[in-house]
Write a protein that binds this ligand. Structure first.
Ligand code: GSH
Length: 235
């Protein structure tokens, strides 16, 4: 069977891997994980014992976890789609560098805001502090990305890479947490986000998250449940 991406809803960072699969243009399936469910199916431990999404089930039944590893893996498969990078090349290093930045510093900037979203019973001062810490960290990240995009069409230069796909997922959290309008302080980043939002793969990923069943470019072969996948999961 084709590789299967386990993607999480709502608002998962797996969005970037969904976009990447559409850009790649090779057959794949999806398995939907409702992240707000109190107890995830214990079977998911065979996919990721940390109970996090995304994860990519490979053809041989091994699961690959961590967005950065999944996106690097997809990039290695993506030569025909113009997304491939050869390990050891400067392009590969730049992709690793950008994915690492997005997956650590930029992702973590939203941490206080997710804590605020998830934790019950916080006092007003605690809530205010978390919001302020999150907002400041995200502002810093957006300023960095805006500076890069002032001189480039895409995050890595003149052509798109899977770092842009990953950013398409994370940057939605600015609006979700009602932080600020990108158009006001970060015009280059805002331009980039508008371009990504017009991308058919981004429309496809949004439709998948909403629960519609779009066809995409024809490489998406449908959903499969965790139970259906059980015989394929490595022990
Ligand atoms: N380092 C991991 C982090 C993955 C992660 O935090 N995933 C979140 C969604 S963005 C998740 O699955 N959360 C499940 C939960 O909070 O229960 C990666 O980059 O893939």
């Amino acid at each position: 069977m084709e590789p299967v991406l386990f993607y999480g809803v709502p608002h998962g960072c797996s969005f970037g891997s969904l976009v990447a699969l559409e850009w790649l243009g090779q057959p794949y399936r999806l398995c939907r994980i409702e992240m707000l469910e109190q107890l995830w199916d214990p079977l998911y431990a065979k996919v990721n014992p940390l109970f996090l999404t995304p994860a990519l089930l490979l053809e041989d039944g091994e699961a690959l976890t961590e967005s950065q590893a999944i996106l690097q893996h997809l990039a290695a498969r993506g030569r025909a789609a113009g997304l491939g990078v050869v390990q050891g090349s400067r392009e590969f290093d730049r992709l690793s560098e950008m994915l690492a930045y997005l997956n650590t510093d930029f992702f973590a900037a939203f941490g206080p805001l997710w804590t605020l979203y998830e934790k019950q019973g916080l006092g007003g001062v605690q809530q205010e502090l978390l919001r302020q810490l999150g907002r400041e960290a995200v502002e810093q990240g957006c300023a960095h990305l805006d500076g890069l995009l002032a001189e480039r069409e895409w995050l890595l230069g003149e052509r798109r890479s899977l770092a842009d796909a990953y950013l398409a997922g994370l940057i939605r959290w600015v609006r979700y947490h009602r932080l600020f309008d990108l158009e006001e302080g970060y015009p280059h980043l805002a331009r980039h986000v508008r371009k990504l939002q017009d991308d058919p793969a981004v429309h496809f990923a949004e439709a998948i998250e909403r629960g519609d069943w779009p066809t995409g470019r024809g490489h998406f072969k449908g959903h499969v449940t965790l139970q259906e996948l059980e015989p394929r999961l490595a022990a």
